[in-house]
Structure formats: C-alpha cells, structure tokens
Design a protein around this ligand. Sequence first.
Ligand code: SAH
Length: 257
Amino acid sequence: MTVRAKKHLGQHFLNDESIAQQIADSLTLKGYKTVLEIGPGMGVLTKYLLKKNMTTYVIEIDTESVEYLRSNYLNLAPRIIEKDFLKYDLNQTFKQEPFAIIGNYPYNISSQIVFKTLEMRNQIPELSGMFQKEVAQRICSKEGSKVYGILSVLTQAFYDAEYLFTVPPNVFNPPPKVDSGVLRLIRKENFVLPCDEKLFFRTVKTAFQQRRKTIRNSLKTFNLSDNLKANSIFGKRPEQLSVQEFIQLTQLIEADS
Ligand code: SAH
C-alpha cells in the first residue's frame, strides 16, 4: 500500500534516499533532544531521523499518510500527531521543552510554518528542511537582493539562515513545477530584540507592502514627525535596509513622540 498524492495537501513525495539522508543530517543536534517533523507523508525522511540519537515526533494532517506510518513505523506510533501543524498547540506535546523542526514541507503553507516558528522561537533552537527554492532563497537572502523581503528580515532578526542546496523536481512523485531548496536556521544565542517586537513586525510588513517606495512614503500611516522623517534612513527603499537598520528604524519610531 502507498499513499495517493493529494494536491490540496501539497503532497509531493521525495523518492531519493540520499537527499532524505542529507536533509536529516542537516540537523546539528545542539541544544535539543527532540525533533518535530512536519508532514512526514510516507516517512522517507522520518526513517533517517529515527536513526539519530534524539526523539522524533511527526505531525501529519493526512489520515491516509498517518495510517501508512502507523503500520510501517511501529515504534513511532505513540509520537504521531494527527493534526494541522498551523492549528495545533505544540505545548500540548512539548510543554516548555526545546525542540527542532524539520520537514520536506508542504509548500502551500511554508511561509506560515516560518511565522509560527518565529512566534515560538523561545522553544525552537533550530529549523531545517526543504521549501520551494524561491522561498528558501528569500528566507536566506540579504539586503540588496531582489528576493529580500518580510520573511528575510523577520527570520534573520532571530536566526542565522543558511541556504544549503537545491533539489530538482524529478526526485519527487509527482514532480512539483518548481525547484526546491534546503536551508537551515540556527537561533542566535542569548539574543533579545532591542526594540518593541510588535512595532518591529508592523514596520517591516508595512515597509515591504510597497517595495519600490521610500520608507518615508510607505510608512505614511504611522504619522511620524517631519523631524524624524528627515533622517536619511527614511530616504531608502525597504530592500536596501539590513536587519540591523530595520531594528534602528523601529527604535527611532518608538522614540518619536
Ligand atoms: N515528507 C514527505 C511528504 C512531503 S509532502 C516526503 O518528503 O515525501 C508534504 C506533506 O505535508 C504531506 O504528507 C501532507 O499531507 C502534509 N501536510 C500538508 N499540510 C499539512 C499541515 N497543515 N499540517 C501537517 N501536515 C501537513
């Protein structure tokens, strides 16, 4: 028995064992003893995770895949969570313990997986795995790059991001229309965001809503003082600002009252 791929769940099953092994090996195993795999499908990656010196949990939304896993990976059965990753309260399983996240992710929800990781970053020292190549590149890109955007700034504020390697469509069944990219995020140690977090997120998101405009123009709704807007950072476009400059910008806005 195998699982029939369902498009609405973003199912593209990897059928290259050495790539599965490489993804599993991308984990550093530093600072955690537990890993959560999102979307294990038929377990091509899970198999290699189970060989490592850590505890593997999986979360899978598809009943058919869960049945497959239950009958083929008997030891895993108690640690299969049959839920939607985006809706599940992970503290029910992990309490306050740290855990890493890994997966050959469903591409239709990949940005949301990153956003949920950022929200729970206190417990997530590491995330690695496979995304649509363009998304993986965006997460890892630096200012000045065409693909630099919200995901790049918000992720890199808290994590060091490294693009590892590209994977072609033909190693999946069915093959996706796009290339894939594997990355690894390692949380910055002892890092505290030195500005208001909500305002930081809002500033980055608002600035990139109009990426061709200057910060001065895109932050109009913030009603900032003319004095503040004379600062040279307001003459730049969002894609020119480093993470550090977005933090500075947030600090300036906070002080502008
Ligand atoms: N890791 C497997 C499957 C990748 S396809 C492999 O490499 O072959 C993506 C997987 O994510 C599918 O099994 C799909 O059912 C699952 N999935 C999709 N949306 C999900 C969600 N919201 N929560 C948990 N799993 C999800």
